[in-house]
Design a protein. Structure first.
Length: 486
């Protein structure tokens, strides 16, 4: 008689536990990354006669254990790049402290993150997102693990140290004569280069430089074909001053930026050689062999010096100097903050019978920039984009997985910690080996089967009524027995 009551009571508790689990699955169906649980029934009679024990999957009182499903849920689009889902196995690693510790490190599939007041990437509950830290120049990541943080803003500028210009100079361009005839003059006059007269040069190309404060400067190269295989090169800086032969010392082209009293040869250029006033002079010569740049030589390079078996240097060295009177610059907006020393590489420059073409122009300097946004790629690499067009690596998300997923202990909604049953976490990077890839701008939805949970509720409601009826029957039998003994 007493075992009948125990069995019925145990069954009611089991049905209540199943209803509770189904209710939780339904209630959390809108929670990001939620993992639904299933109630596993055990024999009520056996459980009623034995002490309560916790199974591997977690106990839910007398009459059953809970098994969690870690199957991935569907994903939906999000406008935030810090909303992420894991396409495959693995958990995001989060923690209470900036210094990771095994006791305060947790794991979650809920990938809705944001930044706190200090720029750290945190979960909605304030847990730090852990990942591999960036190296010193923010170009890659190290093996050191810590809380991920957005790059500092503004990004400091970087002074130009090297530049690269690769162009094709049209081999069909005519030779620009060094002299020309002018009406009213009996003898030819010097055909000086003039920025206002395109007939005095063959091609033009410009590129930018940056000083240590991030101020931008422009360098303009004027190419003038002097001989069939020779091009003269003229250099102008910021539209203010041309470099001339006299500026070349020890193989370096030294360009003194002008002040208001400096006279620019370009401004005084004259076609009358009797005045002694001349325009800018070439500071280098390009020598070509079979259409490819063979030598970048001085302004006196001769065709006979070109040797296909012994190519020369393809670079020029420059030193831009601040004005002698910084308080009286010609253009205050273009004042150099310091001297700029850089090398200009012309490798891959050609002279083919094709139109003038800019193949590649690069330089390693940049201005200061403000952080405009963050992005995460499929390997979990976090990057910051800046207004100067640069991108810095801020770290890489650490992914964890376990051999015994069923042994994880839930400490908060959709947040777990490792146990002896789960085993120690296995860490790695996204899209590496067994670890799933990262999907940015997406949210993993709960894996709750809504239709299935509603059916379970109805079934457990019927089971509860049936077990309640067994207890009611036991009560009636007991009442009859008492009446008989009276």
């Amino acid at each position: 008689m007493s075992s009948g009551f125990s069995i019925g009571l145990n069954a009611l508790q089991a049905n209540s536990g199943a209803i509770e689990i189904a209710s939780k699955n339904i209630a959390a169906s809108n929670a990001s990354g939620f993992k639904a649980s299933e109630y596993l029934f055990q024999e009520a009679l056996t459980r009623s006669l034995q002490p309560s024990s916790s199974g591997r999957f977690g106990s839910s009182g007398t009459g059953g254990v809970i098994r969690r499903s870690y199957a991935a849920g569907s994903t939906k689009y999000s406008s935030s790049p810090l909303d992420m889902s894991i396409n495959g196995d693995g958990f995001f690693t989060v923690g209470l402290f900036k210094e990771p510790s095994a006791e305060k490190t947790f794991y979650t599939r809920a990938g809705q993150f944001l930044t706190d007041k200090d720029g750290y990437i945190v979960s909605s509950s304030g847990l730090y997102l852990y990942g591999y830290q960036p190296n010193s120049d923010f170009s890659n990541v190290t093996n050191t693990v810590g809380p991920l943080k957005e790059p500092a803003s503004p990004m400091p500028p970087n002074r130009t140290k090297s530049a690269f210009v690769s162009v094709n100079l049209d081999a069909r361009s005519g030779i620009v004569d060094s002299t020309k005839l002018v009406a009213g003059k009996s003898a030819p006059v010097s055909n000086v280069l003039s920025t206002d007269d395109p007939t005095t040069y063959s091609h033009i190309q410009q590129f930018s430089l940056y000083d240590k404060l991030g101020r931008q400067h422009s360098v303009t190269l004027y190419f003038r074909r002097a001989e069939p295989r020779i091009y003269d090169v003229y250099v102008n800086v910021d539209g203010q001053v041309f470099a001339n032969k006299a500026d070349i010392k020890d193989g370096v082209i030294n360009i003194q930026m002008p002040d208001a009293d400096t006279k620019n040869p370009e401004d005084e250029a004259s076609n009358d050689t009797s005045t002694g006033k001349v325009g800018p002079t070439a500071v280098a010569r390009f020598g070509f062999v079979e259409g490819r740049l063979n030598t970048v030589g001085g302004p006196d390079l001769k065709d006979s010096e070109l040797d296909p078996a012994k190519p020369g240097s393809l670079t020029l060295a420059f030193n831009l100097k601040s004005p002698k009177t910084p308080t009286n610059p010609k253009d205050p907006d273009l004042l150099l903050s310091d001297d700029i020393d850089f090398k200009l590489d012309f490798a891959e420059t050609t002279m083919f019978a094709s139109g003038f073409e800019v193949k590649r122009v690069e330089q390693d300097g940049y201005a200061a920039g403000s952080l405009t946004g963050l992005s995460v790629d499929d390997k979990g690499v976090l990057r910051g984009q800046f207004t100067n067009g640069r991108t810095l690596v801020a770290g890489a998300i650490e992914i964890a997985t376990f051999k015994g997923l069923g042994g994880l202990r839930e400490i908060a909604n959709n947040t777990f910690e490792a146990t002896q049953q789960s085993g120690d976490p296995i860490y790695g990077r996204a899209a590496d080996g067994v670890f799933g890839s990262i999907r940015s701008n997406s949210v993993e939805e709960a894996n709750t089967d809504m239709a299935g949970e509603l059916v379970r509720l109805m079934v457990q409601q019927r089971n509860y009524q049936a077990n309640a009826q067994s207890i009611r029957t036991q009560v009636e039998i007991l009442s009859v027995t008492i009446d008989v003994t009276r």
